[in-house]
Write a protein that binds this ligand. Structure first.
Ligand code: 5GP
Ligand code: ZN
Length: 116
C-alpha cells in the first residue's frame, strides 16, 4: 500500500518510537498521546480498517490484543488497568486507514476519562 503512514513505520521508512516489533505486529508511541501512556499496535499487513477486514484477517486482531497485553504488563500499566480501542471509519474517529489498536493507560488516581 503506497502512501500509508503506518506501512512506512512498519517498513522502517518513517521514524517512530517503536516499543515492540514482532512477527505479525509493530507497536509504537502515538505522536499525539491522548493518555499518559498511549501506544498504537498495528499489523505488518496493510488492512485499512476493521470494516475492511476479510475472513482471513480475523487472527490479526487477536495478535494485536496479545501484543498490547504484553506491552501493558511490561510497562506496568496493567496494574491499574487500561483501554484498548479500535476507531472505525471517519465517523468513528479513524484518521489513519491502517488498522491500529490504541493502548491507553497510566492515568492518575485510576480514573481514566469516560471517553477517548
Ligand atoms: P485514529 O484516529 O486513526 O484511530 O488514530 C490515529 C492515531 O495515529 C492518532 O492518535 C494520531 O495521533 C496518531 N498518528 C498520526 N500520525 C502519526 C505518526 O506519523 N506517527 C505516530 N507515531 N502516530 C501518528
Ligand atoms: Zn498501511
Amino acid at each position: 500500500m503506497t502512501n500509508c503512514i503506518f506501512c512506512s513505520i512498519v517498513k522502517g521508512e518513517r521514524q517512530a518510537d517503536i516499543v515492540a516489533s514482532k512477527e505479525e505486529c509493530v507497536a509504537f508511541k502515538d505522536i499525539q498521546p491522548k493518555a499518559p501512556f498511549h501506544i498504537l499496535v498495528v499489523p505488518r499487513k496493510h488492512v485499512a480498517s476493521v470494516a475492511e477486514m476479510e475472513d482471513g484477517d480475523a487472527p490479526l486482531i487477536g495478535q494485536l490484543i496479545r501484543c498490547a497485553k504484553v506491552i501493558a504488563e511490561e510497562s506496568g500499566i496493567d496494574k491499574t488497568g487500561y483501554k484498548l480501542v479500535f476507531n472505525v471509519g471517519r465517523g468513528g474517529g479513524q484518521i489513519i486507514d491502517h488498522i491500529h489498536l490504541h493502548l491507553l493507560g497510566g492515568w492518575n488516581n485510576n480514573e481514566p476519562p469516560a471517553n477517548i
